[in-house]
Ligand binder design. Sequence first.
Ligand code: SAM
Length: 350
Amino acid sequence: MSKSPGAIFDGAQRRARWAEAQDGPGNRRNPRPAPRLSRPDAADWLLVEEVLAGLRSRPKRLSPAHLYDRRGSQLFEAICDLPEYYLTRTETAILARHAAQIAACIGPQALLLEPGSGSSRKTRLLLDALADLAAYVPVDISRGHLLEAAGALQAAYPHLEVLPVCADFTQGIALPPTRRPPARVAVFFPGSTLGNFDSSQAVGLLERMGRTAGAGGGLVVGIDLVKDPAVLERAYNDAAGITAAFNMNLLARLNRELAADFAAGGFRHEAVWVPAQSRIEMHLVSLCAQVVHVAGERVEFQAGERLVTEHCHKYTDQSFAAQARAAGWTPRQSWTDPRGYFSVQYLEKV
Ligand SMILES: C[S@@+](CC[C@H](N)C(=O)[O-])C[C@H]1O[C@@H](n2cnc3c(N)ncnc32)[C@H](O)[C@@H]1O
């Protein structure tokens, strides 16, 4: 008989509370109303401050975590199936091919912790190879999407303890109690989500993951590798315009949740390769000089001005190993695809 996943373990983090509220009445398990600016609690107010600080900075910049409301998560799933978006297909093939070896690295009776778990589609490849996992803890900021994915996973793996956590993984993750005590903690961080963080932030994030995993903990991380810029730019400027819709959805979200008045059609999506930083930058480019109001604040855009919505860093084995070592992780093994597009790495905290 299938079970529903355990209760959501909400962290105290402010973004998690905001993410929790965003699904509002549409979320049958959590019929809370969306946050209202007229009576902001501390969590709402901090979010407003964070967005406004990003819009006051030069260049204007918002956290990529804001891209993932319910609609954003759905659009990201569609991106994963795009012909241009080689990342998901390539990483999935690596995981499928080497699942037994990766599972052997993780070892028996581990707690598998997945920050930014999304649909948990890739996780199934590991779960199939990890017969006696103590528990699976998916963590995501997009609450409705997390619950759906955890529910589907629990139905498919009825004997596994699935403990979804709605939290901002950048704030550190408090592990929920498990029925069976785990022999160790293994962090699974696929999707090149690490690449969304600038170098010092990435080291900080890897350090926090190391503290959560503890001595003897493991890390399986997927990183996108440097390659032909044309391939990279195509992956983030797809012909069907799904990535553009994903990027633009951020403005609709700000209109809805922060009483903003971004005009539909006032911006266009662009993703550019910036070789000096070894990253794709995703921008929303203002099509004209315009004034937008966000949470009551006036924000001016010049014609052609860019709002940075996401950085996607691309690695070499060496650049990743340097970051990982700086964060206290020891690289143990890695796997790649025949074209050398993507790398899955296994590291240990000694
Ligand atoms: C690039 S997607 C990767 C999804 C999935 N792991 C995969 O490999 O396909 C990033 C995921 O992380 C989540 N996310 C982004 N920033 C987050 C944050 N700060 N805290 C928690 N989840 C976050 C998003 O909601 C999304 O599901």
